[in-house]
Ligand binder design. Structure first.
Ligand code: UT7
Length: 336
């Protein structure tokens, strides 16, 4: 069995900065409420015709590939995590295969695990590399939320939180099994599926034919719904559990963590975890202040920034953790 290591990281966010004050012109909200409850100061929104989930994923991927020091045609497989694909189908994995101009007809897989999507995608890629099936896998997390949010006061408890962006990693075969991804831990609890969800359009409760026939401007099923406090309570519990689970599986202690990259759901959640585990500011990376919650993109964007800023060095123990819609949650323990 091999290990896999992250050999290249990249991220891309749209230029268009949307501040809390900008949102207060669209809905009844204010900078003080948003900062106090979430820590968010601003986020990025795509500009129509410029960026999509796929194009942002491709831009992040190109940086990651260059930094990995490989050619794009060395990539053996693509795993793309998103809840906001360009098309209902096909998923964005194949669009990346096309838009990167890959000469080989490599496989492309789409992962739909929302906020924990990147960790699920990383775990899938890790298994393919461990078994020796593939050598280099491109893992992308990318989201466009802004085009699907209710930007009126009705939607304010959700709309102020989410932002757009993309992050990518190249996973490469590592012969030294003391390095790279040591383990990943994935969970779900489907009984809470609707607590953080977007119901329509779907082939279950809100058929496309019904939506067209109803043409109801008050239909909220197209917008994301979140039972915020319930999600918050579950998040702090599951984040803690899955971090401890990952550490235990590798005989590590909380004090062994050099860098924790939590999914950027809410700065208060990150701060709760930091306090609970008594981690210093240098041991936890947060950037939700600048980008909001970018769902599957949040972990790879934060990981890329932490690495770019020299906060992750060779030999460090890096912990990734995420929780979100599904509910799904997961962690990855990495020896850098
Ligand atoms: O990434 C996936 C995982 N996601 C999470 O983990 C998110 C978890 N949840 C949260 O982060 C928080 O629950 C939120 C940030 C979403 C909301 O914060 P909260 O402290 O739970 O607020 P709330 O929903 O209980 O609302 C409190 C008040 C309400 O007013 P009343 O009923 O007390 O008069 C809301 O109507 O704040 C009001 N409110 C707002 N006010 C100004 C809700 N959204 C806004 C807003 N601006 N944007």
């Amino acid at each position: 069995m091999y290990h896999s290591r992250i050999s290249g990281l990249g991220h891309y966010v749209p230029d268009n900065i949307v501040t809390n004050d900008d949102l207060s012109k669209l809905m009844d909200t204010n900078d003080a409420w948003i900062q106090e409850r979430t820590g968010i100061q601003e986020r990025r929104h795509v500009v129509k015709g410029q960026d999509t989930t796929t194009t942002m994923g491709v831009k992040a991927a190109q940086v990651a590939i260059d930094r990995a020091g490989i050619s794009k045609d060395d990539i053996d497989f693509i795993v793309f995590a998103t809840l906001s694909p360009d098309y209902y189908f096909p998923g964005p994995g194949v669009l990346v295969q096309r838009d990167l101009g890959l000469s080989r007809t490599i496989g492309a897989l789409d992962v739909r695990n929302q906020c924990s999507g990147f960790i699920y995608a990383l775990s899938v890629a890790d298994q393919f590399i461990k078994t020796g099936m593939y050598k280099n896998i491109l893992v992308i997390g990318s989201e466009v939320h802004s085009t699907g949010l209710d930007m009126t006061t009705r939607g304010r408890s959700v709309s102020v939180i989410f932002g757009d962006g993309a992050g990518a990693a190249v996973l490469t075969r590592e012969e030294d099994t003391t390095k790279g991804i040591l383990s990943t831990h994935l969970h779900s609890e489907g009984q809470h599926a609707e607590e953080l969800s977007l119901i329509a359009p779907g082939m279950g409760k809100r058929w496309v034919t019904d939506i067209i026939a109803d043409a109801d401007p008050n239909d909220e099923s197209y917008y994301p719904y979140m039972n915020g406090q319930f999600v918050f309570k579950n998040a702090v519990q599951r984040f803690s559990e899955v971090i401890v689970e990952g550490l235990k599986a590798n005989d590590l202690q909380v004090s062994d963590i050099d860098m924790l990259i939590p999914h950027q759901a809410n700065l208060r959640i990150s701060q709760f975890i930091q306090q609970k585990f008594q981690l210093s500011d240098n041991q936890v990376y947060n950037n939700i202040m600048k980008y909001g919650n970018t769902t599957a993109a949040s972990v790879p964007i934060a990981l890329t920034e932490a690495w770019e800023q020299g906060k992750i060095k060779e030999g460090d123990t890096v912990v990734l953790a995420a929780f979100g819609s599904g509910f799904t949650w997961g962690s990855a323990i990495i020896k850098w």
